[in-house]
Design a protein around this ligand. Structure first.
Ligand code: MRU
Length: 337
């Protein structure tokens, strides 16, 4: 199975599986310019916090390589590219974490050529660390599952959201490798359907038992005693454990609390942002109304002039999270980062 994204240095390209075309078409796009990469992040052709960080790191390196090739005013050109990438989406901490690393690599050398070499090495480290941290999350998280458990997930925090393994789905994959069979319920995840288009596709391709449901059916399933655990990813975790994740995660967490079902968040440390003391400090991306009213339909499903509320994420309070599964182990409340 191919990775979700990688750097093709010979072609001066970031290669991504175009997630806007899944599950109908597996198309790998070669992105070469900063604008193309920023636009791909904005339009969710590449998405999921870890994958966004990797894409941005590769984008910054490719911009530096191009500036050197073109004889551009090197340092301003690269800093300009980093600013364009940083403006692509506001919520996933991995984007800013990766770009800060690239900015440091840029500044770490005395000549443009040496800066490009340092940025290449740094982008490769970001990729390798993503693979390693997701592997560790899988290892630490798998023991929470016992054979036959029924697990609900929201959005896509699987291999499509990272380079290779994903965060929330990594413990599920690892459990399956150990012979622990799980039944996974995937919320379709309105409005952009990452659960239907991506998680259901990804889990089914991996041979994992997966059932798709509409978001508003999850509480009913919990009430019937048919969910044993919930596991989701995160886009940014504040110092107190409050976690921004795909819109709708909060309702799942509230319902899980009500029914006494453990609610797990799986993130690499690169998603944790101690500079946000609570979830109130996290900037939540607002997206276009057409995602709610018309994007997936052959004709509009709402009056054309209706006002639309479309935040891409919501914040689940740390106290609703039974444990945060990280690449350094399982953390329990109260969280202090
Ligand atoms: O808007 P998206 O699809 O980028 O949102 C993704 C999520 O909310 C994921 O759950 C989160 O990034 C974790 S991915 C490992």
């Amino acid at each position: 199975m191919k990775d979700t994204l990688w750097l093709d240095d010979a072609k001066n390209a970031l290669v991504i599986i175009d997630q806007t075309l899944l599950p109908n078409e597996e198309f790998f796009a070669e992105l070469t310019t900063t604008e193309e990469i920023a636009d791909a992040i904005k339009r969710l052709r590449v998405r999921g916090a870890p994958a966004i960080g990797v894409a941005a790191a590769c984008g910054a390196y490719l911009a530096a390589k191009k500036a050197l090739r073109d004889g551009a005013d090197f340092y301003p050109a690269v800093r300009g590219a980093i600013a364009i990438l940083a403006a692509s989406r506001p919520t996933a901490h991995n984007l800013f974490w990766a770009l800060e690393r690239m900015e440091k690599a840029l500044a770490s050398a005395d000549t443009p050529a040496a800066s490009v070499a340092a940025m290449k090495a740094e982008a490769e480290r970001v990729i390798d660390e993503d693979i390693a941290s997701c592997t560790a999350i899988g290892e630490y998280g798998a023991p929470i599952f016992r054979d036959g458990m029924r697990v609900l997930t929201h959005c896509n925090a699987g291999r499509l959201a990272a380079v290779r393994y994903g965060t929330a789905l990594a413990p599920i994959y690892r459990a399956a490798e150990k012979g622990v069979a799980l039944k996974v319920y995937a919320d379709e995840t309105r409005p952009l359907l990452q659960g239907a288009r991506l998680t259901a596709y990804e889990l089914s391709s991996a041979g994992i038992d997966c059932t798709l449901l509409c978001d508003n059916m999850a509480a009913g399933l919990m009430a019937k005693g048919e969910i044993d655990a919930v596991i989701v990813g995160g886009d940014r975790v504040a110092a107190n454990g409050d976690t921004a994740n795909k819109t709708g995660t909060l309702s799942v967490a509230v319902a899980a609390k009500h029914f006494g079902i453990p609610f797990y968040v799986a993130v690499p440390y690169s998603t944790i942002d101690p500079s946000c003391s609570t979830g109130r400090d996290i900037v939540i991306e607002q997206r276009s109304p057409d995602e709610v009213t018309s994007l997936w339909y052959t004709k509009p499903m709402a009056p054309t002039d209706v006002k639309v509320y479309n935040p891409a994420f919501d914040v689940t309070p740390g106290e609703l999270i039974s444990a945060i599964i990280t690449d350094r182990g399982l953390l329990r409340p109260p969280y202090r980062f």
